[in-house]
Design a protein around this ligand. Structure first.
Ligand SMILES: [Zn+2]
Length: 333
């Protein structure tokens, strides 16, 4: 399984102190929760949130993570910290740093440089962009230009909520088929953007932004979690039933196809072997079968998960360290 849109940095958010005021919109959720949280991250927190996120991915049978990272006060080197944590657990990652003008032109420049550094040093990455509505046109052009120069795509949030409804206009002429467009809830059917659309039904429900209904797009669609774990069987089951809620003729094969499109983003995952607790692993069975879990996982021929545990790291220790870092993070909030 591949999680096509993750935020490993959000693994420590669970149980965080409530924001000063209850957010009343998606914009306020960003301002009062995620933009306070990402600004509080340091390298040690990034490391243990990635370790926990990678561990939880493995425990769900997911061996590939397409991550979208932001830590405005710990930018330099952050993508390598994430890559190393994933490697330690044994999970593959396609990383990026989400460039934004939320922290001024210097913040945007440092974000671009982190993408450039990581990819040009051989890291498996894309150029990250937070979203069109938090970037000025020059930054969007610079990010698209850097992606072209490095021969990779960009990974960006698109029209996730009302504040970003105009993103197609801002991104016009910049995208190509290597781009990853996350959410697209508010995007018009004939948006004219190229790339794979990343669908995160649980996150969209949680943010009260609506249903993206991705069958309406001509683009390929892949499934992600937006940081709420990396259990892709669960994401598939929810994606199916959400589609069914607006179309009684929908079948689980469509959502299963979205899951399989993840392999196009991290093709090496086709070399991985997961033995599951259920047989057959068929969309019509899985849509109605709870609790399916991996028994054994091989990545590139190495067993990295067996008998309910990872083989390379101690799951109890990872959770204990993550809890320590979560306490530090929550104290800052
Ligand atoms: Zn996201």
């Amino acid at each position: 399984m591949v999680c096509s849109h993750h935020h490993l940095y959000s693994a420590l958010a669970r149980g965080m102190p409530p924001p000063p005021k209850t957010p009343g919109s998606f914009q306020e959720i960003l301002e009062q929760i995620w933009w306070r949280l990402d600004a509080s991250l340091d390298a040690e927190m990034i490391r243990w949130s990635a370790m926990l996120g990678a561990l939880e991915a493995l425990e769900s049978g997911t061996t590939g993570i397409v991550d979208h990272h932001e830590s405005p006060n710990a930018i330099e080197g952050s993508l390598s910290v994430i890559e190393e944590a994933c490697r330690e657990v044994g999970v593959r990652v396609l990383a990026c740093y989400g460039v934004t003008d939320r922290h001024g032109a210097d913040g945007a420049r440092r974000g671009l440089e982190e993408n450039r550094r990581f990819i040009s040093e051989g890291g498996n990455g894309l150029v990250g962009i937070h979203a069109a509505f938090t970037c000025n046109p020059e930054t969007l052009e610079a990010a698209a230009g850097l992606a072209g120069e490095l021969g990779v795509g960009a990974h960006i949030h698109v029209a996730e909520g009302p504040a970003d409804r105009d993103s197609a206009r801002h991104l016009k002429g910049l995208t190509d088929e290597r781009w990853l467009l996350a959410h697209c809830v508010q995007l018009a059917d004939d948006h004219g953007l190229a790339g794979t659309i990343l669908h995160q039904p649980r996150s969209n429900l949680n943010n009260s932004v609506g249903y993206a209904n991705p069958v309406r797009f001509a683009n390929p669609v892949a499934l992600g979690t937006d940081g709420i774990g990396a259990n892709m069987i669960e994401a598939f089951r929810l994606a199916y039933v959400m589609q069914r809620s607006v179309d009684v003729t929908a079948t689980p094969e469509t959502a299963w196809g979205w899951l399989e499109n993840g392999w196009n983003l991290i093709p090496e995952c086709r070399n991985d072997r997961v033995t599951w607790s259920y047989d057959p692993m068929d969309p019509w069975h899985l849509a109605f079968t709870p609790g399916v879990r991996p028994l054994r996982i091989e990545v590139d021929g190495e067993v990295i998960f067996e008998n309910g545990s990872p083989t390379r790291v101690d799951a109890t220790e990872v959770r204990a360290k993550a809890r320590e870092q979560a306490a530090r993070l929550h104290a800052r909030l």
